[in-house]
Design a protein around this ligand. Sequence first.
Ligand SMILES: NC(=O)C1=CN([C@@H]2O[C@H](COP(=O)(O)OP(=O)(O)OC[C@H]3O[C@@H](n4cnc5c(N)ncnc54)[C@H](O)[C@@H]3O)[C@@H](O)[C@H]2O)[C@H](O)CC1
Length: 493
Amino acid sequence: MQSVSCQSMRAIEDRAFAVHSTAEALMDEAGYKIAQKILHYYPQLQHATAYLGKGHNAGDAIVVLQHLQQAGWTVNLQTPLRLNDFAPLTQKKINALGSEYLQNQQPPAPKSLLIDGLLGIGASGPLRDPITTLAKSINHHRNKLDCTVIALDIPSGVNGDTGEIAKNAVLADHTITIGYPKIGILKSNTVQHVGALSLVTLPELQPQNAELAHHPHLICEHTLTRKRRDFDTHKGQTGRVAIWAGSMGMLGAAELSATAALRAGAGLVTVFIEPSLYPILASMLPPEIMLRPCTSPLKILEERFDAIAIGPGIGSPSEDISNQLIEVVRQTSVPTVLDADMLNLIANQQALPELTHHCILTPHPGEMRRLLPNATRLSREETVKQFLELVPVTLLYKGARTLIAQTNSPLFINSTGSPAMATAGQGDVLTGLIAGLCAQKYDQLEASKIAVWLAGEAAQIALASGSETIETLTAGSILQHLHFAFSQLPRTT
Ligand SMILES: NC(=O)C1=CN([C@@H]2O[C@H](COP(=O)(O)OP(=O)(O)OC[C@H]3O[C@@H](n4cnc5c(N)ncnc54)[C@H](O)[C@@H]3O)[C@@H](O)[C@H]2O)[C@H](O)CC1
């Protein structure tokens, strides 16, 4: 979904008002949809406190509270403002909830939800009181009481256009933005304040082309689709994936990437492995995955595959194997995902300039620095741009906010994920997912976007379900929760 400036958002909103909508109708719709997101991601919290500024951002928060209350949650307000201080529509919403909530304010409960309804697109300048005090209180309670903070539209104190962070800006675990993502909250420097990102769409809001031009896109469920299968589909049609992964001590990487390719929907997944490792890996792999003992990666070129993945857990292969792996990349024309030590190998052999359109590279920042030493001096966004000026590949630059682009494409920024994903094996899963989707004829950019969104969403769902915590989540749990993430995506019509 394309991002917009706050000024454009206002213009879009004004056009909707001129035609058919009212501020109240939009607020009601936004509030309902935000509450649904909260119930999806945080069903167990059961207690919410909304922090209120004067404007319509606070009105949204009140509508959210009403829906949470209807779902059985206890709700509470925090604000020093009196009823008359609020914008008229926000007053109306407070009255609908019950103005006694203004008089009877309670401190937030431990491990509860805090809603930042302080400032949205109406914010200007550094934070001023009473907003500063309220923002400080949100950050304090997040820390001391282990509360989860949801920011509505924009975390208060983050500039919605520039991403500049004001002193005492709210630290949100999750920002639910309304209508269209605002440019400022997609900037890499804001990730600590924005947290996970969700979008609630309001179909009444229709941007004009000039309002969208050149801005980054948010990867979210509203713009991704999965393919519908004909009833008579057979496994040959859902794609064949070849994987060169794993080495002594790192065979789990081969298992994770192969299982991910299979669970992404690929029909046939074959792992090529050096013969000495065959018996060990054979005992680890799910029975659906084929395992081919093989001394030469060039064997991959002798069969028909629809996608190839090279790199997870390969460590430092011999010179001969390294040369052959590069040769596979040179000779094949099918989508080829290059990850982990394969990226280091490409950097060492200075083979980057030889990569072309069929390659999908998935570096994390360390791997990126080896491929493009200049990256240390650039922002993440500039790094992607400069990288793609050098090589015409699909680039997926991993991080808390993964960036994806091709030469001349817009920049796509992932919305899902969690700090719980900071564990080994997540990259192996991602590689397998991309290869599995490419094998099913998703184009490379689309496959990369869907894969990264699915992995992040699966992590968030695993946490939401209570079956994992930030500490316990593993790459394997992503695979176990993948079906919940897939089911969020509509099918192509
Ligand atoms: N965009 C949409 O389609 C919809 C947006 N909704 C929500 O409405 C807000 C924007 O509401 P608005 O009343 O215009 O602005 P704010 O709530 O951000 O409040 C502005 C208010 O705050 C004070 N203020 C401004 N800057 C500061 C500051 N730095 N420090 C302290 N106080 C400040 C000032 O008094 C202003 O008047 C949007 O973000 C959405 O959340 C709709 O409800 C749904 C449709």
